[in-house]
Design a protein around this ligand. Structure first.
Ligand code: GLN
Length: 285
């Protein structure tokens, strides 16, 4: 046993032990332990506090022990449970897709603000959809929008499809396999993307070990995909359309310059995330 707790130990002792075991690997050790145990038991997390003296079966303890051991070797919690909350939705995730990050929710917020005044049904494109997080969140909130979601990875699109079905938006979302905008069948009102933008060698080893490189690696300076995507997008925008891009705060200046070069008359703005970092670049043509 990885956790090494005495037989008959109550639930809270398992959690304490797991938290200790995860401290070196995770800044959220206690939360990780609670999420994993709630997953094993099929409980809401709150119940772990209420029922903290429960004594678990050997099978339950073994299942939890295995998950904690995997987490201790760096595997992300979301892959261990197979899900991740995003914009109030439970999304299915597995190693075929990037785990949606909380900062990406800002892209959804900005998109909803941008399109709010519109009365016509909108056509939206989510480029490099991965798990489908952005497309599904927008579909749920914009019932009349028609959304194209592209990805070069057929594996990722299989996960996106499960999320479309799970959240009853498969009718609204068309999944298209291909490179960036290439598979789009028509110009759109809003094009958004959280493209791969990291400098691969510089990112956290846990992310590098477990998450798909295709979804993360933005080349030498992290800008390669934007350099292809922004010029390519020109042909896929209806008059007056907008582009929303997630960015790394350190890329802000270069990306504003790139956007200004391609769209000299557009209104370009940057929105900060909750931590005060520039996170979303908006180009209103
Ligand atoms: N925010 C992600 C990370 O830091 C990167 C996402 C991306 O490349 N689009 O791991």
């Amino acid at each position: 046993m990885f956790l090494d707790v005495p037989a008959g130990a109550p639930l809270h002792q398992l959690l304490t032990r797991a938290t200790q075991r995860l401290h070196t690997i995770s800044p959220t050790a206690s939360l990780d332990a609670h999420i994993l145990l709630a997953h094993v038991l099929g409980w809401e997390r709150i119940k772990l506090f209420v029922e903290h003296t429960t004594i678990l079966s050997t099978e339950q303890i073994t299942a939890f022990d295995r998950l904690v051991q995997r987490r201790a070797s760096g595997e992300p919690v979301a892959y261990l449970t197979g899900q991740r909350a995003f914009f109030g939705l439970d999304l299915l995730v597995d190693p075929r897709v990037l785990i949606p990050r909380p900062e990406t929710e800002l892209l959804v917020e900005r998109a909803l603000q941008l399109v709010a005044p519109s009365t016509q049904p909108l056509v939206i494109a989510d480029i490099g959809t991965g798990s489908g997080a952005l497309a599904v969140a927008l579909a749920v909130h914009l019932l009349s929008a028609q959304i194209y979601a592209t990805d070069i990875s057929a594996d990722a699109l299989a996960v996106a499809l499960s999320n479309c079905i799970r959240h009853h938006v498969a009718q609204q979302i068309t999944l298209l396999q291909g490179n960036l905008c290439e598979p789009l069948p028509e110009p759109v009102d809003l094009l958004l993307s959280n493209p791969p933008y990291t400098v691969w060698d510089a990112i956290d080893w846990q992310v590098r070990t477990y998450e798909p490189r295709l979804a993360l690696d933005g080349g030498r300076e992290g800008l390669e995909v934007y350099r292809r995507l922004i010029p390519q997008a020109v042909a896929w925008l209806k008059p007056g359309a907008s582009i929303l891009l997630e960015i790394d705060p350190r890329q802000t200046t270069e990306l504003i310059t790139l956007a200004e070069t391609i769209f000299p008359t557009a209104e370009i703005t940057v929105t900060e995330d909750l931590a005060g970092w520039p996170r979303v670049l908006a180009i209103r043509t």
